[in-house]
Ligand binder design. Structure first.
Ligand SMILES: CC(C)(COP(=O)(O)OP(=O)(O)OC[C@H]1O[C@@H](n2cnc3c(N)ncnc32)[C@H](O)[C@@H]1OP(=O)(O)O)[C@@H](O)C(=O)NCCC(=O)NCCS
Length: 207
C-alpha cells in the first residue's frame, strides 16, 4: 500500500497497464489556409477598385480628359469619392466632366454619376458626348460598371447628347422637395443608364 502511494505521488498512472502502452506522437496538423485561393473573395474587385488611382489623362477620339481633382469622400462636394476632369479639345480647355462614386438614391435618381458642361465657345461639336464616352473605360476601371446620368426635360442639348451616345432612357422621376434643385423650380428628372467598360455603344460617334 505504501509502495502504491509512493508511485502515485510521483505522478504515475492509476492504470498499471496504461504505462506499457506506447504513446504515438502524431505530427502536428498544418493549420487550415486563411483564405481559399481557388475563388477570389466577392469583395476583391471592390477593394481593388477602391485602391485604384485615377489616370492623370484619358485620351480618346477628338477629346482628352485631364484630371483636375480626385476627391476623397471627406473632402468631396458630393460626400462620396469623386473625380473632376478638364475636357480638352485641340489642346484647349473646353469644359468639365465629373464622376461620382455614389450609390444612394441621390446618385442613381437625382444627381447621377456623371455630370458635364461644355463652355459656350466650344458647344456645337458634340464634345460632351465624346467626353462621356472617353470616361466610360476609366469609370469601369474605378469600379463603376453602370453609370446613371440625369437631366431635366427642358435640357434638350443634354437629352440629345445622351441619346446620341447610346444611353438608355429608363424613366422620369419626381424631384422631392428636399432636393436642392426643387427650390429652383425643377420638378422632374429623366434617368438615363449607360454601361461602362469597353462594350460598343450603338450611338457612339467616332467621326
Ligand atoms: C449639354 C451640353 C454639355 C452639350 O454641349 P455640346 O457637347 O457642345 O452639345 P452640342 O451643342 O454639340 O449639342 C449636342 C446635340 O444636342 C442638340 N442640341 C443642342 N442644343 C439644342 C437645343 N436647344 N434644342 C435641341 N437640340 C439641341 C445638337 O443639335 C446636337 O445634336 P446632334 O448630335 O444631333 O447634332 C452643353 O449644352 C452645356 O454645357 N450645357 C450646360 C450644362 C448642362 O446642361 N450640362 C448637362 C447636365 S445633364
Amino acid at each position: 500500500m505504501a509502495r502504491c502511494f509512493k508511485r502515485r505521488a510521483r505522478g504515475a498512472t492509476r492504470d498499471p497497464m496504461a504505462a506499457s502502452i506506447p504513446v504515438t506522437r502524431h505530427p502536428r496538423r498544418p493549420p487550415p489556409p486563411m483564405v481559399s485561393l481557388r475563388l477570389p473573395h466577392p469583395c476583391l474587385p471592390i477593394l481593388l477598385s477602391l485602391s485604384t488611382p485615377p489616370l492623370a489623362e484619358v485620351r480618346a477620339d477628338r477629346v482628352s480628359l485631364v484630371l483636375h481633382t480626385a476627391y476623397h469622400a471627406a473632402n468631396s462636394p458630393w460626400g462620396v469619392r469623386a473625380w473632376r476632369w478638364h475636357i480638352m479639345a485641340d489642346g484647349k480647355r473646353a469644359g468639365t466632366i465629373s464622376l461620382r462614386d455614389g450609390h444612394s438614391h441621390v446618385f442613381t435618381h437625382l444627381l447621377g454619376h456623371i455630370g458635364f458642361a461644355v463652355d459656350a465657345p466650344f458647344r456645337g461639336q458634340g464634345l460632351a458626348g465624346l467626353a462621356v464616352l472617353a470616361l466610360l473605360p476609366e469609370a469601369a476601371r474605378l469600379g463603376l460598371d453602370t453609370v446613371w446620368i440625369t437631366t431635366t426635360p427642358d435640357n434638350a442639348a443634354c437629352r440629345r447628347t445622351l441619346e446620341r451616345i447610346g444611353c438608355t432612357f429608363v424613366e422620369a422621376v419626381p424631384i422631392p422637395p428636399w432636393y436642392a434643385t426643387y427650390g429652383k423650380g425643377e420638378r422632374t428628372k429623366l434617368r438615363y443608364r449607360l454601361a461602362a467598360g469597353s462594350e460598343s455603344h450603338p450611338g457612339r460617334r467616332n467621326e
